[in-house]
Design a protein around this ligand. Structure first.
Ligand code: PLP
Length: 304
C-alpha cells in the first residue's frame, strides 16, 4: 500500500463555466497531509526505509515537511524538520502534530537547510522538496490514475515552485503515451522562477521571491524542470497574487475545499485567464492543495 491516496477526479461545472470548456480536477488537496507532495515524498521515504535508513530529515516548513512527517509516522521512522525562525506557528504545529521533531535554526531557509545537512549521518535520509527523481516518479502516479480512469484531455494546468510537481506530471504523461500534451505551468509574479528561465533560455535564479504563494517560493527551478521546459510542450503563465487569492476564495465556494494561493495560482487560469485555454477542448487541472492557509488568512486576502 503506498502512503498516498488515490484522489477523486471530478468535472468542475463552475470552473468549466468560467473557462468556457470542460475542466476536470485531480483533487490532490484531499491527500491526508494536505497536498500532492505525499506522492513523491512517500515514494522516496519508502525507498529509503527499504535501504534501512533510520531517520528522515527535511528542511521544509511547508507542505514537503508535513509530507515527510506524515510518511515517517506511517513508517514508524523518526523525522527531524529544520525550519528558520520565520516559519509560522501553524506550520510548526502541523508538523509536530504528525509526531516529527521541529528544530528552529537561523533567520532564513538557507541556514536551516545547512543545519539539516550537517545533521545527516549514514543512517539518515535527506528528503529534498522538489529536486529528486524518486519524487518525480512518485508524483507521476497522479497521471497514472487519470489515464486509468480513461479521461481524455488535451492540456494539464499546474503550479510550479521548484518544479517537482511539473517534472512528475511530465513523467506521468510520458509513461502513459501522452508526452505531447502541453503543460501550462503557472507561477505568481513574485515566484516566477520558471518563467524567468524560459525567458532567458537558460537556468536563472531570481534575486528574491515575494508574495502570498509561499509554497511556490523557490528562487530557482531544478535543472531537470528547466530542461523539460525546453524539450516538451510547456507554456509558462504568470498570475498576480490577487488572482491567486481570489481563486482560493471562489474555489472554496465552488468546491468547499480550502487551498493555498500556491494552488489558487493554477485555478486562476480558469477563473481569470480563460483566454490561455481557448484552443483546448478539455483540460485537466491539478488541485495541488496545501495545508498552511486558514479561513482567517483567506479572509484577509479578500482585500486584494
Ligand atoms: C510544493 C507545492 C507546490 C509546488 O511544487 P514544486 O514541486 O515545488 O514545483 C505547489 N503547491 C503546493 C500546495 C505545494 O505544496
Amino acid at each position: 500500500m503506498p502512503l498516498h491516496l488515490e484522489t477523486p477526479l471530478i468535472q468542475s461545472l463552475p470552473l468549466g463555466l468560467a473557462a468556457g470548456l470542460p475542466v476536470w480536477l485531480k483533487m490532490e488537496a484531499l491527500q491526508p497531509p494536505g497536498s500532492f507532495k505525499i506522492r513523491g515524498v512517500g515514494a522516496a521515504c519508502e525507498h529509503h526505509a527499504r535501504a534501512c535508513k533510520r531517520r528522515f530529515v527535511s528542511s521544509s516548513g511547508g507542505n514537503a515537511g508535513m509530507a515527510v512527517a506524515y510518511a515517517g509516522r506511517k513508517l514508524s521512522i523518526p523525522v527531524s524538520v529544520y525550519v528558520p525562525e520565520t516559519t509560522t506557528e501553524r506550520a510548526k504545529t502541523l508538523i509536530r502534530q504528525e509526531g516529527a521533531e521541529v528544530i528552529v535554526h537561523g533567520a532564513a531557509w538557507d541556514e536551516a537547510n545547512a543545519q539539516a545537512l550537517a545533521s545527516l549521518d549514514a543512517e539518515s535520509a535527506f528528503i529534498h522538496p522538489f529536486d529528486d527523481p524518486l519524487l518525480w516518479t512518485g508524483h507521476a502516479t497522479m497521471i497514472d490514475e487519470v489515464a486509468n480512469a480513461g479521461l481524455a484531455f488535451d492540456a494539464v494546468v499546474l503550479s510550479v515552485g521548484g518544479g517537482g510537481l511539473f517534472a512528475g506530471v511530465a513523467e506521468g504523461l510520458k509513461r502513459n503515451g501522452l508526452g505531447d500534451v502541453p503543460i501550462l505551468a503557472v507561477e505568481t509574479e513574485g515566484t516566477a522562477s520558471l518563467a524567468a528561465s524560459v525567458d532567458a533560455r537558460q537556468l536563472v535564479a531570481l534575486p528574491a521571491v515575494s508574495g502570498i504563494a509561499t509554497s511556490l517560493g523557490a528562487r530557482q527551478v531544478s535543472t531537470h524542470a528547466f530542461e523539460l521546459s525546453q524539450t516538451r510542450p510547456v507554456e509558462s503563465i504568470v498570475v498576480s497574487d490577487a488572482d491567486a487569492a481570489q481563486a482560493c476564495i471562489r474555489f472554496l465556494d465552488d468546491h468547499r475545499v480550502l487551498v493555498e494561493p500556491a494552488c489558487g495560482a493554477a485555478l486562476a487560469v480558469a477563473y481569470a485567464h480563460a483566454d490561455r485555454l481557448a484552443r483546448f477542448e478539455r483540460v485537466l487541472m491539478i488541485v495541488c492543495g496545501g495545508a498552511t492557509t486558514t479561513a482567517e488568512r483567506l479572509q484577509a486576502w479578500q482585500e486584494f
